[in-house]
Ligand binder design. Structure first.
Ligand code: SF4
Length: 343
């Protein structure tokens, strides 16, 4: 039996954040009997975070579809025939209205996603800079996911008030080529480095249910947890297969696989915001509660996640009330009480 099986998790604390995890250690955690795993993850979670707090983020697609990349799970790739309604970059005013609405509904983080391969230095980028600055002025944490980014562009976004940048690894380095061929794993890591250099918080995680092996899941968690600094946020997505994409026939991800991923991420990255992301729409409240117990402490709110469905805001408000969860305040203070009213 692995020595890790008897690892004294009750001794883990903020002092024990490690960036030298080995794949073997991560696998030993991932493979634990599920009840043991949840118990240990819950223990680490309450030692490092307030377990009653869950961050509520809103994600808006500011430019949808027509993407030249070939991510096999994504309905926004131009080469796949899906029902996605393509639109060019939204107007700043419209985005601001959406952000205000999200804030009124209790979100403290507003993430804007554009289906671009990379950011180009053009008028669209200038508009995004305006959006970042506007949303920042609302007192919300502003996040963007715009594709690959240079160091200069990262600095411009930072100066405009960007708080976090999302760039997922998606899967392990070994499985990556099966999912995307139009850019490399190293491209992904370079963008994350540029974001970090500009002092922007890194949001990076991945998707399960892409046909990857258990070892691939461990590999992705290993890459994340051995970065020089753990990502501030780690989204864990379950694939929502979309008709017309190469992965349209993938089987539904088991809740136990989600729980194992979340619990393992929580144990090896104790302070990260582990975000229960895409796939929540297919989970019951009880299943989501298990994920919160296992250490998830962030969700996306709103009826849509870029282009895939998400639970309705009122369902989430009801869930927070039933589970006695409270929305985490944004970095600027002001607790988000509105999320809990009018459920
Ligand atoms: S995931 Fe992003 S980069 Fe990949 S096809 Fe979709 S929009 Fe493009």
């Amino acid at each position: 039996m692995s020595t890790l099986f008897n690892f004294p998790f009750h001794q883990l604390s903020i002092m024990d954040i490690r960036n030298d995890w080995t794949r073997k250690e991560i696998q030993a955690i991932y493979d634990k009997p599920v009840m043991e795993l949840i118990y240990e993850a819950a223990t680490v979670h309450r030692q490092n975070n307030d377990p009653s707090e869950v961050q509520v983020c809103t994600l808006l697609s500011i430019k949808t579809g027509g993407c030249p990349e070939d991510c096999s799970y994504c309905p926004q790739a131009a080469r796949y025939h899906t029902d996605v309604k393509v639109h060019k970059l939204l107007d700043v005013e419209l985005v601001m209205n959406k952000a205000i609405q999200a804030k009124e509904n209790g979100s403290t983080r507003f993430c804007m996603g554009a289906a671009w391969r990379e950011v180009r230095d053009n008028r669209d980028f200038d508009k995004v800079i305006e959006m970042v600055s506007g949303v920042n002025s609302l007192g919300m944490e502003v996040c963007c996911t715009l594709g690959m980014l240079t160091n200069e562009q990262a600095k411009k976004l930072k100066d405009a008030g960007l708080y976090a940048y999302n760039h997922n690894l998606d899967t392990s380095e070994e499985h990556y080529e099966e999912i995307i061929s139009t850019r490399t794993y190293d491209d992904r890591l370079d963008t994350i480095k540029n974001v970090r250099k500009a002092n922007i918080s890194v949001c990076s995680g991945g998707i399960i249910g892409l046909g990857e092996s258990k070892e691939d899941r461990i590999g992705m968690l290993h890459t994340l947890s051995t970065m020089e600094e753990h990502p501030e946020s780690v989204p864990v997505n379950a694939l929502v297969p979309v008709p017309g994409t190469p992965l349209e026939d993938q089987e539904k991800v088991s809740v136990w696989d989600m729980v194992r991923m979340i619990a393992t991420a929580r144990i090896i990255m104790p302070k990260a915001q582990v975000r229960l992301s895409a796939g929540r729409v297919r989970m019951s409240m009880e299943e989501q509660a298990l994920c919160f117990l296992a250490g998830a402490n962030s969700i996306f709110a709103g009826d849509e996640l870029l282009t895939t469905p998400n639970p309705e805001i009122n369902e989430d408000k009801q869930m927070f009330q039933t589970l006695n969860l409270k929305p985490r305040a944004s970095f600027k203070g002001a607790a988000s009480e509105k999320f809990l009213t009018n459920a």
